[in-house]
Design a protein around this ligand. Structure first.
Ligand SMILES: [Zn+2]
Length: 364
């Protein structure tokens, strides 16, 4: 396929980019996991840069409270009740018609991620929970593809590009280039914090600049990787706090050698094969879904979570469980969370919706 490359002139001027880099981009494919605040910025930049095929996966619809930071969407999308992936696809069609976009409206889980990410050269993280990040990382390591982690909450953010250890046929892992493979996400974060212990954007808030910095960093790493500039990929874990004015680059490159990672060292893909993560069961006749973690790390601090959730409404809590009502997409849900992390989400029989509500308001 021949393209008029003139629109990409300014980036082709850069060393290490050029016409060859541009052609590589146009022939490449990226899967963006989640089309929230991070995913919007990454999709916008990669589309403008001319990444030939973008696969956008997100199960949510656009809410008015998303518009403060989710830059591909507008008020019309909220009124029209368009799913995020589809709205992003329509917007990108007006930005760069060279780019093919596949919009997938679905919950990402171990039964579908391989299929949805088929053919993608890179996986970019726009996710909101640890479990799906471990799943994406498993797939990246298993299939020898880069995965660019990013996360933002409150005024803080983190990002890191994983170029997984794998056989020498991957350009970053070949010995000619000096092995440029990095630790994986699980080398850096051995296990997810207990449910309810981490802040989420829906419980403590988030400012758009924190998201934008992380997503721009992710986009830069993706462009380096897709144009073959592996030697320029940042080897540090980016850690920022815009309120504390901290910009830290944490040296993590020895995490692979020092650690004993089940994923990239032992090639056990527990999240991808479904042995780890959470299970969801629809409770018959109750319009409710039960979520349960297969491996639970520590008890939930119900009181701390109750304090955060009281900003949304009334919360009942005792030594055994917490219960609250959440309004989302003009619907009401009731979450009951037990000390061992098990949860019942009432108001839906769709496991995907229940997982989404859990990730936003309880957090993993
Ligand atoms: Zn690892």
């Amino acid at each position: 396929m021949s393209h008029d490359l003139s629109r990409y002139h300014r980036q082709m001027l850069l060393p290490g980019f050029g016409e060859e880099g541009q052609r590589r981009l146009l022939e490449s494919s990226a899967v963006i996991l989640g089309c929230g605040a991070l995913g919007c910025v990454v999709a916008d930049i990669l589309a403008r840069a001319g990444v030939g095929h973008l696969i956008l996966i997100d199960r949510d619809f656009i809410e008015m409270t998303n518009l403060q930071r989710q830059v591909l969407f507008d008020e019309r999308d909220v009124l029209d009740a368009i799913p995020k992936a589809e709205a992003a696809k329509r917007r990108i069609a007006n930005i760069n018609s060279d780019v093919r976009v596949t919009a997938i409206v679905d919950d990402i889980n171990h039964t579908n991620i391989e299929r949805y990410a088929q053919g993608a050269d890179i996986l970019v993280d726009g996710l909101d929970n640890f479990e799906t990040r471990y799943l994406a990382n498993d797939l990246a390591v298993e299939s020898g593809r880069p995965y660019v982690y990013g996360a933002a909450v409150g005024t803080t953010g983190m990002a890191f590009a994983v170029m997984p250890h794998c056989s020498g046929d991957r350009p970053w892992a070949s010995t000619d280039a000096g092995n440029l493979a990095t630790p994986c996400f699980r080398c850096l974060f051995e296990e997810a914090p207990p449910p309810g212990s981490s802040a989420t954007c829906d419980t403590v808030g988030v400012i758009a600049p924190a998201v934008a910095i992380v997503a721009n960093f992710q986009s830069a790493e993706a462009l380096k990787i897709l144009t073959g500039n592996y030697q320029h990929v940042n080897r540090c874990l980016l850690n920022i706090d815009l309120w504390a004015n901290e910009f830290m680059q944490l040296k993590v490159s020895n995490a692979y050698e020092k650690g004993d990672c089940p994923c990239c060292k032992h090639r056990k893909f527990e999240f991808l094969d479904g042995a780890a993560g959470s299970s969801a069961a629809t409770l018959c006749g109750r319009n409710a879904v039960q979520l349960r973690h297969k491996q639970q790390s520590g008890d939930v601090d119900l009181d701390a979570l109750a304090t955060r959730l009281r900003r949304h409404g009334e919360v009942k809590v005792n030594e055994f469980m917490l219960r609250t009502e959440i309004a989302e997409s003009h619907k009401a849900y009731e979450i009951t969370l037990f000390r061992d992390g098990r949860a019942i989400v009432k108001g839906t029989d769709d496991p995907g919706i229940a997982r989404s509500i859990y990730a936003k308001f309880v957090g993993t």
